[in-house]
Design a protein around this ligand. Structure first.
Ligand SMILES: *Cc1c(COP(=O)(O)O)cnc(C)c1O
Length: 408
């Protein structure tokens, strides 16, 4: 058995029924929320095998989301780097412009099957809030998004989008008034309302069953990409690569490939550098601990409190990583690597100028690493998940970096 084959049953074996990927995962919850999460876990285990649920999700993906998204060969960018060929899985072409809708539509459909009338979540930069508000509008459900006052002020366009889509944005006014407090506020509302509501997490993190559910809803990316790439090229890619914030687009891309002879790279944000508060590279600088209801690798201080994090890409600044990533890291199956703000911005301009595709700053981290890897590999192929489009980042990038001539 080679080192890849031992993972060929990974999707069937992980997680166990308590939501553990090896020692990572689980559900560490306040007593008032235990019953609510158990209800979701039990319901999901049944519904995910139901033909009606699977067929309905397939129809939604095709008719509403515009799936399958294409795989595209970047010939000019590959030539520029003079090494391996770079291919993109175009999640930027998924409805709403990023991969997040994949799990929001799954969570919305689950709510519908359970007869719930409201979706509850928190949001930081607002991307998850917009995707969930889209799902709520589609299914005719109410949507309640908790958001720190500081983030509301910073993310006006996303707040406006949520409101246009019919969501109720709840301002969180305590503590630092950002993501952490928004999580607490959403949990409180959910504990009070779980009989007619469902909580929807925005990444492959949180208490069981969310890392499992989000992985399952996102793995459509890797399943499609694996087949599309094989159709185009006639073999498997040599490497697969995606950016890692909480880890949803990457786990969706990676898990269908874990049993294949393919090198897999998760790219974390190294921000401005290695000092605490300058990056969000949880795998590189983190250690085992429990946060937000699950056990994983996290950036923490001596008391186990989350450390401050930073990235130019607000979707990547999370002080932990999904438990399945922590397991695949320790088992040596996936390489976790880094790209800085500077490298991401360079990739942002290069992909825009050489291919006519403006990537999200989050996705630019994956493109940056792929360009470096392409030069090192010299031949072969790299399949990159382009998790989202960059329209949301253009004003900021232009203001700080101008026309990008220095990178081209
Ligand atoms: C939110 C976001 C990410 C990071 O989240 P993951 O859960 O790690 O995938 C990456 N890319 C885009 C475009 C995002 O909006």
């Amino acid at each position: 058995m080679n080192k890849y084959q031992q993972f060929s049953n990974h999707l069937k074996e992980m997680p166990d029924e308590k939501g553990y990927f090896g020692k990572y995962g689980g559900a560490y919850l306040p007593p008032e929320l235990v019953a609510a999460f158990e209800e979701i876990a039990t319901a999901y285990q049944t519904i995910c095998h139901s033909a009606q649920f699977i067929n309905e999700l397939r129809r939604i993906r095709k008719e509403f989301q515009g799936r399958p998204t294409p795989v595209y060969h970047c010939e000019r960018l590959s030539r520029l780097n003079g090494g391996a060929q770079i291919y993109l899985k175009r999640e930027d072409l998924n409805h709403t412009g990023a991969h997040k809708l994949n799990h929001c539509m799954g969570e919305g459909l689950l709510a519908k099957f359970l007869g719930k009338k409201r979706l509850i979540a928190e949001t930081g930069a607002g991307q998850h809030g917009v995707a969930l508000a889209t799902a709520a509008a589609f299914f005719g459900l109410e949507c309640e998004i908790h958001m720190g006052e500081v983030d509301i002020a910073k993310q006006a366009p996303n707040v406006a989008r949520m409101k246009v889509l019919g969501a109720k944005v709840v301002p969180v006014t305590f503590g630092l008034k950002t993501l952490k407090e928004a999580v607490d506020s959403a949990f409180i509302s959910y504990a009070e309302n779980y009989k007619d509501s469902i909580y929807c997490i925005g990444s492959a993190v949180g208490p069981h069953p969310f890392p499992l559910m989000v992985r399952d809803f996102q793995k459509v990316i890797g399943i499609e990409a694996r087949e599309q790439f094989f159709d185009m090229v006639g073999e498997m890619p040599d490497a697969v690569c995606a950016c890692v914030g909480g880890g949803s687009n990457s786990i969706g891309m990676f898990t269908p490939f874990v049993g294949d002879p393919v090198e897999i790279y998760g790219v974390e944000p190294l921000g401005r550098g290695e000092k605490v508060g300058d990056h969000a590279a949880s795998m590189r600088f983190g250690s085992e601990g429990v946060m937000h209801g699950f056990n994983s690798i996290m950036l923490q201080d001596k008391k186990g409190e989350p450390l401050p994090v930073y990235s130019i890409a607000s979707g990547l600044d999370y002080p932990s990583v999904g438990p399945e990533h922590a397991y695949l890291h320790d088992s040596g199956r996936i390489h976790y690597v880094y790209a800085t703000d500077e490298q991401a911005v360079e990739a942002f301009y290069k992909l825009s100028r050489y291919e006519g595709i403006i990537p999200a700053l989050e996705s630019s981290h994956a493109v940056a690493y792929a360009m470096q890897l392409a030069r090192e590999m010299k031949t072969g192929s790299i399949l990159v998940n382009l998790s989202g489009r960059g329209d949301k980042d253009i004003d900021y990038v232009i203001e700080r970096y101008g026309d990008g001539k220095q990178y081209l």
